[in-house]
Design a protein around this ligand. Structure first.
Ligand SMILES: *Cc1c(COP(=O)(O)O)cnc(C)c1O
Length: 337
């Protein structure tokens, strides 16, 4: 693949930001861990990037901290506001507390209680508003305009994207040998943009494959239409990725850096949660299992064998009560890989 000078320059700007992002003041370097049972079942080496092990149980802390730490003193004093389906909210709350910044977080009324408590327990103000993310977002933007607080996007911001891109920096250092593909869950596109920019700049032969819930496949739709479309409906089972429109900055990178897109069903997510549990004894949230569900679909379709495939295990914020439903669905669709 060859890129234009402008594309190459865009990637270089992100790589610089990623290398300079001071995320380790708050985030941790997570393991890139083999999944032996899945690897055996699929006939490929499957590695899990364990972002569920971050302090807020998702990678969002990386982007949130990178954004907040770079605000001016005046912006810090005025405070920040954000809209989030939950994981970015906890990231902003923790980063804001660490930096002594006042934070208001607008979350959809459907947000799992666990995520709301995660915000309040970290000292931020949580406002529940709207039925899904787009409504919460509109309200937060309005509040930001009226109060002078800085709006911190969960995905549509170069500093947030660069923070998430540190995941890729770790993966390439942790696995210097050949990698065939990295499977990345997609909501608003911040994570995949950061990962794709870093990987395509340094090791362009590694394929970047985005995985979306079939109920919020806004990047797939945008790539197909060659513009950022707004989905008429968004399903919220995978609440961490329930976004109706891909971000401007993310799309700018994804339109030339993403090799392939896949969608998966809610039942496939439940089965993947079980696969991850079987290999790690850890439970992920539905969005956290997207990449593994995507790998299973990819291997079934392409009959790939002997490849090294990385899945970003992106989060673990699931209400305990939901596990009954997940276990039932996983059993009904035959969870073995
Ligand atoms: C936010 C999130 C994603 C998707 O990240 P985007 O940058 O919005 O594409 C995936 N998984 C989990 C658990 C998340 O919280």
């Amino acid at each position: 693949m060859t890129y234009t000078a402008n594309q190459q320059a865009l990637l270089a700007r992100y790589v610089k930001k990623i290398l300079a992002a001071p995320v380790y003041e708050l985030a941790v370097l997570t393991p890139l861990q083999p999944a032996p049972a899945l690897s055996e079942a699929l006939g490929n080496q499957i590695l899990l990037k364990r972002e569920d092990l971050q302090p807020t149980f998702s990678f969002k802390i990386r982007g949130a901290y990178n954004k907040l730490v770079q605000l001016s003193d005046e912006q810090k004093a005025r405070g920040v506001i954000t809209a989030s389906a939950g994981n970015h909210a906890q990231g902003v709350a923790l980063a804001a507390r660490e930096l002594g910044i006042a934070a208001t977080i607008v979350m959809p009324a459907t947000t799992p209680e666990l995520k709301v408590l995660g915000v309040r327990s970290r000292g931020a103000e949580a406002v529940l508003h709207g039925e899904s993310f787009p409504f919460a977002l509109a309200y937060a933007l309005d509040l930001a305009a009226r109060t002078g607080r800085t709006f911190v996007s969960p995905f549509d911001d170069p500093e947030v994207i660069a923070g998430q891109g540190t995941v890729a920096m770790e993966i390439l250092r942790q696995h210097p040998a050949d990698l065939d593909a990295i499977f990345v869950p997609v909501g608003g596109g911040g994570l995949i943009a950061g990962i794709a920019a870093y990987v395509k700049y340094l090791r362009p032969q590694v394929r970047i494959i985005g995985v979306e819930s079939e109920h919020s496949a806004c990047l797939g739709a945008a790539l197909q239409a060659d513009e950022r479309v707004v989905l008429p409906n968004v399903g919220t089972f995978a609440d961490g990725v329930a976004v109706a429109q891909i971000g401007v900055y993310g799309f700018e990178v994804c339109r030339f850096c993403v090799d392939e897109m896949l969608t998966v069903t809610n039942d496939e997510l439940c089965a993947a949660i079980k696969n991850i549990y079987d290999d790690t004894r850890s439970i992920t949230e539905p969005s956290g299992a997207l990449a593994v569900a995507g790998i299973k679909k990819y291997v079934a379709r392409t009959r790939a064998r002997g490849q090294t495939l990385v899945a970003i295990d992106s989060g673990a914020n699931i209400n305990f009560d939901s596990l009954r439903h997940v276990a039932e669905r996983a059993a009904s669709c035959g969870a073995p890989a």
